[in-house]
Design a protein. Structure first.
Length: 182
């Protein structure tokens, strides 16, 4: 499969062609995994939820109606899987695992990055869930504002406002850590 085939075309082909679905998986596994990792903070749980998301997508492929992007449809499935996972649970979620932290011995730079990420993780848990979800979809899952809007059932302008206000909330709650870096 090549990148020249759209997700919509692949989704249509994937109903009868396993290789087409495999290509959709390759294109979107990172965004789904990062989304789940940002919410769970646990590699094993994120891997399990990612698998569940793609299994549900494969089983429900006929319900994809092309009224939005495939990525937004898939992230909707991921969001529902996440909600089922957290139903009845309250977890603290460290976001550092959702970002690419350098492996190996800690350096001053990686230590500072870890401190910033921990600060952001705490702040993300303290902002409104709606703003946190919009920020996570756009900045961790890589959805466009339009895709996030479709998924959240809001206008693109409303999602831009949620993300903007969410980022402002995060900046306010992480200003101490960011001032230390300057």
């Amino acid at each position: 499969m090549t990148e020249s085939i759209s997700d919509d075309q692949l989704a249509q082909q994937a109903r009868a062609n396993a290789e087409a679905f495999a290509e959709l998986y390759r294109r979107h596994v990172t965004r789904v995994y990062r989304y789940h990792l940002a919410h769970t903070g646990n590699v094993k749980d994120a891997e399990d939820l990612t698998s569940q998301t793609f299994l549900a997508a494969l089983e429900g492929l006929r319900s994809f109606r092309r009224d939005g992007s495939f990525a937004a449809w898939l992230m909707g499935i991921a969001s529902r899987r996440r909600a089922l996972f957290f139903r009845g649970h309250q977890h603290e979620v460290p976001l550092d695992a959702a970002l690419n932290i350098p492996a190996g011995p800690p350096t001053d730079k990686s230590a500072m990055l870890r401190i910033q990420i921990e600060s952001i993780a705490r702040a993300l848990r303290r902002i409104s869930p709606e703003r946190a979800e919009a920020v996570t979809l756009v900045h961790f899952s890589g959805l466009t504002y339009a895709e996030a809007a479709h998924l959240l059932g809001k206008t693109e302008a409303a999602v831009k406002m949620l993300v903007s206000r969410g980022l402002t909330d995060l900046r306010e709650r992480t200003s101490l850590a960011l001032e230390v870096e300057k």
